[in-house]
Ligand binder design. Structure first.
Ligand SMILES: [Zn+2]
Length: 368
């Protein structure tokens, strides 16, 4: 029995098999290592005949029945614990965000999938579905690219997490009780692209959020690319290859510290060489090991590592415990004069096991 017969119309020009693990991937899978130890298959069926299993990262993460493909518009079915309005409030807060914008309860952005850059409008007329409409003539003609767009949005809004256990534990939690009441249906809005997530973590170190957005905009507008669609310009974050080829002098115009420029180029080089990927982090087994892999990289300390594990890898127990925003939110909720010490935070968070990441994200909301 071939599993691929479940998705007869799913197609890609080719599939990549990884010989050691015996798994196969769509060509757009972000976890691609360099080309050694890989083999090409012309179809899913061929890969499965050769004994390869579908990669969890790219092939099977759109659960059956979770989306509908109507060509110019995709429908995503969302869990009950989801409020588009609540997530919109979060997204509209980023005033100087350069990679998407929101207008009239809708979000607009370009999504880069291999060689295509569809521009989408994301909206929700009811709370149980999200619509993704392709603007202009950017509808991808291949189904797998449309599937990748659906996957990107599912990932961005973290629709695969079941929030019920979190809401249950929050009911009796001194800090989370109020958070889950006020922000019910909020998801941990992520940064699906690993390079973007790491860069954002590095850019934001030791500066305020407003200046961080300015620096990100300068970086993207200087080294990213853009597509024009229906009179608007949409920016795409630069790739590791693009930044890896630069020198610190090239980044001078951004007015970022020399150290940060070096860090960004260093990370870009690692990623361009395939030495740091989402898959490597996910495959290393546990959260502590993934954290270790990240802090080995120059420019990434425990805060940045946990920030990336939380916003990009969706590691539930990632916990940026040194985060100033987290400290301020706790201080505000407890009505104390002083910021909580690390010991106090550890004590307050003992019941959060495996939900530290969500707890942090919800507490941050009090800062806006
Ligand atoms: Zn894959």
């Amino acid at each position: 029995m071939l599993k691929s017969t479940i998705y007869p119309e799913w197609d890609a020009p080719y599939f990549i098999g990884k010989e050691i693990k015996k798994i196969y991937c769509f060509p757009w899978c972000k976890g691609q290592p360099e080309l050694e130890n890989t083999v090409r298959f012309e179809s899913r069926a061929k890969a499965e005949q050769a004994g390869y299993r579908p990669c969890k990262n790219c092939c099977s993460s759109l659960p059956l029945g979770s989306w509908e493909d109507n060509l110019h518009e995709l429908t995503l079915f969302v869990p009950k614990e989801f409020s588009f309005a609540e997530n919109m409030k979060y997204l509209s807060n980023a005033k100087n965000e350069c990679l998407f914008y929101s207008k009239n309860q809708r979000i607009y952005r370009a999504i880069s999938i291999e060689h295509e850059t569809p521009v989408v409008e994301i909206r929700a007329d009811h709370d149980n579905v999200i619509y993704i409409r392709f603007l202009g003539n950017t509808m991808p003609s291949r189904k797998w690219v449309r599937a990748a767009v659906a996957r990107y949005v599912r990932d961005w809004f973290d629709l695969d997490t079941d929030l019920l256990p979190f809401y249950d534990l929050a009911k009796t939690d001194v800090l989370l009780q109020r958070a889950v009441n006020e922000f019910n249906g909020l998801r941990n809005i992520g940064i699906p692209d690993l390079f973007e997530a790491i860069c954002w973590g590095i850019i934001g170190q030791q500066i305020n959020l407003t200046f961080a957005y300015t620096l990100k905009r300068r970086l993207v507008e200087a080294f990213g690319r853009n597509v024009e669609c229906e009179g608007e310009k949409y920016w795409i974050f630069p790739t590791p290859h693009e930044i890896a080829a630069l020198t610190v002098e090239d980044l001078n115009g951004l007015r970022m510290t020399v150290k940060k420029c070096e860090y960004l180029i260093g990370v870009a080089q690692l990623m361009a060489e395939g030495k740091m990927t989402k898959e490597l982090l996910l495959d290393c087994g546990d959260y502590k090991k993934a954290e270790k892999m990240l802090v080995k990289i120059r420019g990434i300390g425990p805060w940045t590592a946990n920030y990336v594990l939380m916003r990009c890898l969706r590691i539930p127990s990632a916990f940026p415990i040194d985060d100033v925003g987290l400290h301020n939110a706790i201080k505000y909720l407890l009505g104390t004069e002083h910021k909580p010490t690390k010991e106090e935070i550890l004590r307050l968070s003992t019941a959060w096991t495996n939900w530290e990441s969500y707890a942090t994200f919800y507490l941050w909301r009090f800062l806006y």
